[in-house]
Design a protein around this ligand. Structure first.
Ligand SMILES: C[S@@+](CC[C@H](N)C(=O)[O-])C[C@H]1O[C@@H](n2cnc3c(N)ncnc32)[C@H](O)[C@@H]1O
Length: 208
């Protein structure tokens, strides 16, 4: 069963010449554009091949993208070069990372499903690393995705313990002000890996 934080799994996935999740940003992230201001110090966790970090850099944000896949990071840099933007990248396992307190205006987490034994610690670390007033934008899959991933190529972990539900996210990010928390069925067109109907959960949260 897929466990999530294994760099070989992701290196293998990213070894194809195309981009596993495409090169266009996540659609939910783009709907939050009005919250984004040039110069915002931004941490993109598990940014994979960089489609979201690169798009945020194109909006003028000051981006650090972290991922544990060296191959993903090479492709991220290639995408940034192609789009003629700069972003900082770091190859690290976030479960062992030294999170800095109150360092970021924005943390973005798109489809980063940690193992259940570390998930809450990771989500709390994201909140810890935000400045007061800073924002988290997160999209992940909810448990209904187990059904959709069998019918469509829309992806996501097949381990139910790794999927997100609203109460779990409320507890993980307790202390933050929820600006938006919705579950919805959507249609993903994100490379070969996320294609078709999918059950997602979306969160926008402000650190008090
Ligand atoms: C489903 S992919 C999503 C990639 C990217 N966020 C996107 O939407 O295109 C999940 C990513 O999280 C990264 N990841 C998973 N566990 C991680 C960890 N412990 N530390 C750093 N990155 C991790 C993987 O390497 C992978 O690139």
């Amino acid at each position: 069963m897929f466990t999530g934080h294994n760099s070989k799994f992701w290196d293998d996935r990213y070894s194809q010449s195309d981009y596993a999740f495409g090169t266009e940003p996540n659609q939910f992230l783009t709907t939050q554009q009005s919250l984004l201001k040039p110069g915002m110090k931004t941490l993109v966790v598990g940014d994979g091949e960089g489609r979201n970090g690169v798009w945020l850099a194109q909006q003028g944000l000051d981006v650090l993208s972290v991922d544990l896949s060296p191959i993903g990071l090479e492709k991220m840099q290639a995408l940034a070069d192609r789009k003629q933007v700069q972003l900082q990248t770091q190859c690290a396992d976030l479960t062992n990372w030294e999170w800095t307190e109150a360092a970021y205006d924005l943390v973005v987490s798109i489809y980063v499903h940690f193992d259940s034994d570390v998930r809450q610690r990771m989500h709390r670390s994201m909140l810890y690393s935000l400045k007061p007033g800073g924002l988290i934008i997160l999209e992940g899959f909810n448990p209904e995705q187990l059904q959709y991933q069998r019918e469509y190529a829309s992806g996501g972990p097949n381990n139910p313990a790794m999927l997100f539900d609203p109460e779990m996210l409320r507890q993980d990010f307790a202390g933050g002000e929820i600006l938006e928390l919705v579950e919805t069925i959507t249609e993903l067109h994100e490379g070969k890996s996320h294609n078709g109907k999918a059950a997602v959960i979306r969160l926008v949260l402000k650190k008090s």
